[in-house]
Design a protein around this ligand. Structure first.
Ligand SMILES: Nc1ncnc2c1ncn2[C@@H]1O[C@H](COP(=O)(O)OP(=O)(O)OP(=O)(O)O)[C@@H](O)[C@H]1O
Length: 572
């Protein structure tokens, strides 16, 4: 079973453009960002200073002891203690501010992404699938914190802190300062660049493998019953195992690269320190510095690497982060297939005006796909009730999709209340039409939550009324906590027929002038179906009804006329 993965084209925008766009998300939080950078720089400088000062202090104390001289150790000891406190407190505060900032950015990004996704559904999201969308909303967004915390912040801190260290070192032994700066540049720029180059293909492959693995695992869990019935579990498990192994290979290649980076950083730091020691000793010989200052210079040379030590690892992971960013931005940038007009026509909400008129409507799901609707004409004056009867594949669901502005029509016209449908926003159209679909989604919440989606301010009396009309009163009485019973994921506590009735109750509660009923009695026994139809007739009185079905049997009393849909057009 082939699964869609992230197309490599998803990483097409340049890394730099992606990185800049990613950082742009932090712009509204400039003040917090400045505070985070300041605290981080302070903590880093305090750590480096602590090392240098300690070296100087211990060496001075030792020398004073050997020479039998007295020395004021209170002041340097107090400064060292102060630096230690600044380092610890600064690190704590820095974590607090920077992680809080990142979480704020990611949660607002998630909300924004979700808001962008809704208008895309269902036409623009169906091709990706739920797992892929969920994966982008969760895992990809989570990974984006890496760009700020592990890459941008350390680079900025190093850019501010290290020139200061270089200046201090240059005041004592300038060749050590120059050498230290060169070694730090090597570690902070050349090494990460090389590591990123070596890991680029693996990083992309790893993100793609992770996404496919998530999709495959979720598919296997959702289809567990089918896999067991038809014996496909072993093959699915094999596919998951193969992908897990591939993921492991990518991961260990990146880990090896990171480990190599770590070794090279340590090597560069130690080489710089030894060379600093040699150059410092020469300065000592020429009486340019004292012995205690030599200890300070050598330890400062070593300590400055603390500011850049994590960069090679962070930058080697940057590519994977940017791949995730590309996946997230691709969703944000996706244009809805059905665009809302710049200014939506306001509805005169009276049900009496909700005439529907379709002329020569053509709809298909892709240029290479056959027409699902081909020249469909339909008139539904306000308050009229019609049945559209057609075999499977005739275009019944496509008609609903076109009416709700979920799918664009390629030609023809649809008018609602005398105006073209495309002069209304999708939301405005959907405020006029309630639909009970064939495949009803029951949300992971209580029965009451599921009803209130349609009308959050519904009164208890109205809820009782629609429950009665949808033949749900006994079902609710049998639930452990009545209306407040948690229905579980996808309403697992309900039978198919009960879920259908909840959807009907929801549509009735929505109280819209046009009601579309897609196979309302499917899943009900003859007695329950009759009772439901009677209730539907009463409750939909005065509204337009489109009853969509394969067979009208037993439901004819609900409608005034019967139309037949075949091959995408009304044939009688
Ligand atoms: N999202 C989609 N992408 C591509 N093709 C689609 C899509 N939805 C429907 N089709 C195609 O459009 C045609 C009409 O399908 P539609 O679902 O509208 O028929 P239907 O009458 O509702 O069928 P059924 O009664 O089986 O639900 C079919 O050939 C179907 O394969």
């Amino acid at each position: 079973m082939p699964l869609r993965t992230v197309p490599s084209a998803a990483v097409a925008p340049s890394s730099w453009a992606l990185f800049r766009r990613l950082l742009g998300l932090f712009r509204p939080y400039r003040a917090r960002m400045a505070l985070g950078v300041l605290l981080s720089t302070l903590a880093t400088l305090a750590g480096i200073g602590l090392m240098g000062l300690s070296g100087w202090f211990l060496a001075s104390m030792g020398l004073a002891g050997v020479a039998g001289a007295s020395m004021d150790y209170f002041t340097p000891a107090a400064i060292i203690r102060g630096a230690a406190i600044v380092r610890t407190a600064g690190r704590y505060a820095e974590r607090l501010v920077n992680h809080d900032l990142t979480l704020r950015v990611l949660s607002s990004l998630r909300v924004h992404l979700f808001a962008r996704l809704l208008p895309l559904a269902p036409a623009g999201t169906a091709f990706l699938g739920h797992t892929e969308l969920f994966s982008r909303l969760r895992a990809d967004v989570d990974r984006l914190e890496h760009a700020y915390l592990a890459v941008f912040l350390p680079i900025l801190v190093a850019l501010i802190a290290l020139p200061l260290v270089t200046v201090v070192l240059a005041c004592y032994v300038w060749p050590v300062a120059v050498l230290g700066a060169l070694a730090v540049l090597l570690v902070a720029v050349a090494l990460p660049w090389w590591l990123a180059r070596c890991g680029v293909a693996t990083s992309i492959a790893m993100v793609e493998t992770e996404a496919t693995l998530r999709a495959l695992t979720s598919d296997a869990l959702l289809g567990a019953a089918e896999l067991r019935i038809y014996g496909g579990a072993a093959a699915q498990a094999q596919r998951i195992a193969a992908l897990t192994a591939a993921h492991g290979r990518h991961r260990s290649k990146l880990d090896r690269l990171q480990a190599t980076g770590g070794v090279l950083v340590t090597l560069a730091a130690q080489l710089a320190t030894v060379t600093g020691l040699v150059l410092g000793a020469r300065a000592l010989q020429h009486h340019a510095i004292g012995p205690a200052e030599l200890a300070m210079v050598v330890l400062l040379t070593l300590a400055q690497f603390e500011a850049v030590a994590s960069l090679p690892e962070a930058i080697s992971q940057l590519r994977a982060t940017l791949v995730c960013a590309a996946r997230v931005f691709a969703l944000i940038d996706a244009e809805p297939r059905v665009a809302d007009p710049a200014a939506s026509t306001a509805f005169a909400t009276s049900a009496a005006r909700a005439d529907l008129r379709l002329r020569d409507v053509h709809l298909r799901y892709g240029e290479d796909r056959p027409w699902a609707l081909r020249g469909l004409d339909l008139d539904l004056p306000a308050g009229r009730r019609i049945a559209i009867v057609g075999p499977s594949g005739a275009g019944k669901s496509s008609l609903i999709g076109a009416l709700l502005r979920f799918h664009p029509i390629q030609s023809g016209s649809i008018e609602l209340a005398g105006r073209p449908l495309d002069t209304y926003s999708g939301d405005a159209v959907r405020e006029m039409i309630a639909v009970v679909e064939q495949r009803t989604h029951i949300f992971n919440g209580s029965l009451l939550d599921n009803l209130l989606i349609a009308r959050p301010d519904a009164t208890a009396e109205r809820i009782r009324e629609v429950l009665g009309a949808a033949q749900l009163t006994d079902v609710v009485a049998g639930l452990p906590e009545g209306l407040n019973t948690w229905l579980g994921e996808a309403g697992v506590l309900l039978s198919g027929g009960e879920a259908r009735r909840v959807a009907i109750a929801r549509a009735l509660l929505a109280d819209r002038p046009i009601v579309v009923l897609d196979e309302p009695t499917e899943g009900l026994d003859a007695h329950a179906a009759q009772a439901l139809l009677g209730a539907l007739a009463r409750l939909t009185a005065g509204r337009s009804v489109i009853l969509i079905t394969h067979r009208l049997e037993g439901m004819a009393s609900l409608v005034d006329a019967r139309l037949t849909l075949r091959d995408g057009r009304i044939v009688n």
